[in-house]
Design a protein around this ligand. Structure first.
Ligand SMILES: Cc1cc2nc3c(=O)[nH]c(=O)nc-3n(C[C@H](O)[C@H](O)[C@H](O)COP(=O)(O)OP(=O)(O)OC[C@H]3O[C@@H](n4cnc5c(N)ncnc54)[C@H](O)[C@@H]3O)c2cc1C
Length: 354
């Protein structure tokens, strides 16, 4: 399994025109087996690859290729626990290669740069390689997921931490412990207050879960080990118009009650900008903090954003009831979706996929 990186998006090699060399994935073959290429090694991509392989085994000859930028599968439901150390971060990662190998699925760890739907090819490369590969397919499944939308507020991309990848969990934990160490060395209450103020922007599932876990880590565990830090020094602020807005109202109300009971501040004013000083709300108030974590909103992969096919207003691919992207039947791929109902004109609304 490859290293867990603090930044999940790989630095791209400088050269863009070096031709592909070495072992090329999904090479056109003389056999009649169709080449199915799946992009993305998350829940959707891995499950689709395994399910296809199982269902086709011994029945239909297919060549399945899975491409993802990481060779491990991340179990996001326990990312908050990994961030706070309740579980070892490596324990929520599962290597993809053995899974694929067991079912004859070809795997390539590559960053997908672009899709050419007309010519049915993918341009991708490994982060250490200057050489781009052209991967050909007969059928394409896009499962590239989404990332926190740090473009929603100025400074968020530069100054806020995100909470999506395995590396994010490591970074958050390191930052929290580092700030406690710094706070233990100051007598200035204002400096200490800023160092020990932890802000999570976004009160959806990920943000709320993370805030609760941070409360356990900071007040429940770390304070015990820092005798010089006064017990009431930790400030926790969850920023969002509502707690768990996508959840049933009684559960959301219960979660809100629990957060307040644990001394977590709920800030309903919108986030304005993030700077080195902390988070400034849209009403102008500054929450001084050296740890702002951004979980609000989602944005689709740039590869998807560039595709010349039908999309929703926020850039997601429009699919029909078979998850087929809307467009000319001959060249359109299939796509998976995340926590959204799908509306296609003239068709029904399809249920949540979660
Ligand atoms: C902290 C957290 C907790 C969550 N908890 C829950 C929960 O308890 N229950 C629940 O149902 N859902 C939960 N979710 C949501 C769930 O994780 C997502 O719905 C799910 O991950 C979506 O799966 P996916 O395969 O579509 O996308 P992803 O899991 O995002 O997978 C996309 C994959 O594509 C790869 N990729 C992206 N771009 C490229 C590229 N250009 N080239 C190559 N590879 C690329 C990514 O590295 C990733 O491996 C949680 C999410 C988070 C962040």
């Amino acid at each position: 399994m490859g290293p867990v990186q603090a930044v999940d998006q790989p630095p791209m090699a400088q050269t863009t025109s070096v031709p592909a060399a070495g072992h090329v994935l999904a090479r056109p073959s003389a056999s009649l087996a169709p080449r199915i290429v799946i992009l993305g090694g998350g829940f959707a991509g891995v499950t689709t690859a395994l399910e296809l392989a199982k269902r086709c085994a011994g029945v239909l000859p297919v060549h399945i290729t899975l491409i993802s930028d990481q060779n491990f599968f991340l179990f996001t439901p326990m990312l908050a626990e990994a961030a706070t150390g309740a579980v070892e971060s490596r324990h929520i990662l599962y290597p993809i290669r053995p899974l694929c190998g067991a079912w004859g699925i070809e795997f390539g760890e590559m960053w997908v740069e672009a899709l050419d739907l007309d010519r049915r090819r993918i341009l991708a490369r490994h982060r250490r390689s200057p050489a781009r590969q052209q991967v050909h397919y007969d059928a394409l499944i896009i499962a590239l997921g989404a990332t926190p939308n740090v473009g929603m507020a100025p400074g968020a991309a530069e100054h806020a931490l995100t909470f999506k990848g395995a590396g994010d969990a490591v970074q958050i934990r390191n930052r929290v412990i580092d700030l406690f160490e710094a706070a233990a060395l100051t007598d200035d209450p204002w400096v200490r207050q800023r160092l020990l103020t932890f802000v999570v922007v976004g009160a959806g599932h990920a943000g709320t879960e993370l805030m609760a876990a941070l409360e356990e880590l900071t007040r429940g565990i770390l304070l015990r080990h820092f005798e010089s830090i006064p017990k009431d020094s930790v400030r926790l602020v969850l920023v969002g118009s509502a707690v768990l807005p996508q959840t049933a109202t009684n559960l959301a109300a219960y979660a809100k009650e629990q957060l307040l009971a644990r001394g977590i501040e709920l800030e309903t004013n919108r986030a304005g900008k993030v700077t080195e000083e902390g988070l400034t709300l849209q009403d102008g108030r500054l929450i001084p903090s050296a740890c702002v974590i951004w979980t609000a909103g989602n944005r689709v992969s740039l590869v998807v954003a560039d595709l010349p096919v039908a999309k929703t207003k926020d850039g997601r691919l429009l699919v029909n009831e078979f998850f087929k992207v809307k467009g000319p039947a001959a060249c359109t791929p299939w796509a998976t979706m995340r926590r959204r109902r799908v509306r296609t004109p003239g068709l029904r609304t399809w249920p949540r996929h979660r």
